[in-house]
Design a protein around this ligand. Structure first.
Ligand code: IMP
Ligand code: MG
Length: 369
């Protein structure tokens, strides 16, 4: 993902795919042109990279020139294109091929046609690397199209967002602006994760996804993924990450209009953290923070023993078992602390105090994201 000005963009079309598309266009055009020496006309600014790569591939003699449409800068100006600069060459009788980076509404193309109406060229053909069929509002024929793309804003390979991005050798697509807050909630047993998750989910209208609950739900309701997971559990094997991720994906999709998610119990390994990043990326979103509730071991032991008195949970009754679970937790989560720290996304929060105070500390972190 990259950021240009205020917007985020994700990888969309690789340099290789662009190169392949340009090669195909070159071949087609070279075939059609035959023995004529064509004049390739690039429309500046955007087409400089297309033209450069295109003519390097062109197998026969050709001429190259550029024209520039004034009031052509920026994103919003496609409606008020006014005039053409730079067509100084006499193109009478010539085979002219317009080389465009992108055809969107077709306004630019209309202007090109208006200008060429008075030129007595032999043929005028239009070639464009990118074409947005859903945005195109004109009837002019497009003779050569490299890659058809959806009607979403792209940058790179000559195309800019408010001046930036033209130099990037591949193409990125804008990320739909979703202001989701996605948290990974961490804490040793007894830290108060469950209690705090309840408050945060209310306060920020987030969906709490506890991996344990998701497993139990899928197994109980005998979903395809649940049955698959059960087949591993029954054999005493670990459920593969992909199965867990598929279940989480289903949960995320069920709550597509949520303000965000609190992930609880996942990820537990680097591979899972990477898989979760990929999942969020596919939703045009990201994990914003890993928040870990920090509580001293002695206090945890005390809390859990107390809980054991009332909950009847066997694993809360024995001090050595409790200490083991805590040690296990720190051993297992150290890598994740590193993973999220490396992205500046790790936040440790003091988990000792009143429930209300701890909620306040957590909110301060979330509000700062
Ligand atoms: P038109 O709407 O076909 O006239 O395109 C006008 C111009 O808007 C193009 O030549 C580009 O400079 C710019 N443009 C259209 N779509 C995009 C895009 O997705 N990214 C960057 N520039 C674009
Ligand atoms: Mg252009």
């Amino acid at each position: 993902m990259i950021k240009l000005h205020d917007k985020y963009f994700k990888p969309f079309i690789s340099a290789q795919q662009i190169d392949d598309a340009l090669s195909r266009m070159v071949q087609e055009i070279a075939n059609d042109v035959g023995d004529d020496i064509p004049v390739f006309v690039g429309i500046l600014n955007g087409s400089f990279m297309v033209v450069s790569d295109f003519v390097k591939k062109y197998p026969k003699p050709c001429e190259v020139t550029f024209i520039k449409l004034a009031s052509y800068e920026g994103v919003k100006s496609s409606e008020d294109i006014q005039r053409l600069i730079g067509l100084t060459q006499d193109l009478t009788g010539r085979t002219v091929i317009i080389l465009e980076d992108i055809i969107d509404s077709g306004n630019t193309l209309a202007e090109v046609h208006r200008i060429f109406k008075n030129e007595k060229v032999k043929t005028l053909k239009i070639a464009t690397l990118f074409y947005k069929p859903e945005a195109y509002k004109k009837d002019f024929k497009l003779h050569y199209i490299g890659i058809k793309i959806p009607n979403k804003f792209i940058v790179g390979f000559g195309l800019d967002y408010d001046g930036l991005g033209r130099d990037i050798p591949e193409v990125y697509q804008i990320k739909e602006t979703q202001h989701m807050t996605n948290l990974v909630l961490f804490g040793p047993p007894g830290a108060g994760k469950g209690t705090q998750a309840e408050f945060l989910k209310e306060q920020y209208n987030l969906v709490h996804i506890s991996t344990g609950d998701v497993f139990r739900y899928n197994i109980k309701n005998e979903t395809a993924l649940g049955m698959l997971a059960k087949s591993y559990i029954d054999k005493g094997e670990l459920v593969p990450d992909q199965v867990t991720i598929d279940m989480l994906n289903a949960e995320v999709e069920k709550n597509a209009d949520a303000n965000g998610f609190i992930f609880d119990g996942f990820p537990r390994t680097n591979a899972q953290a990477e898989a979760l990043d990929k999942l969020m990326d596919s939703k045009d979103s990201q994990i914003n923070a890993m928040i870990a509730l920090e509580v001293d071991d002695e206090i945890l032991v005390e809390r859990l023993l107390k809980r054991g008195e009332t909950s009847g949970r066997a694993d809360d009754a024995d001090e050595s078992i409790i200490r083991n679970r805590i040690t296990e937790y720190y051993n297992k989560t150290a890598v994740l602390k590193e993973y999220y720290s490396a992205q500046d996304k790790y936040f440790g929060v003091d988990g000792v105090g009143s429930i209300e105070d701890i909620t306040k500390r957590l909110s301060a972190v979330i509000d700062s994201l």
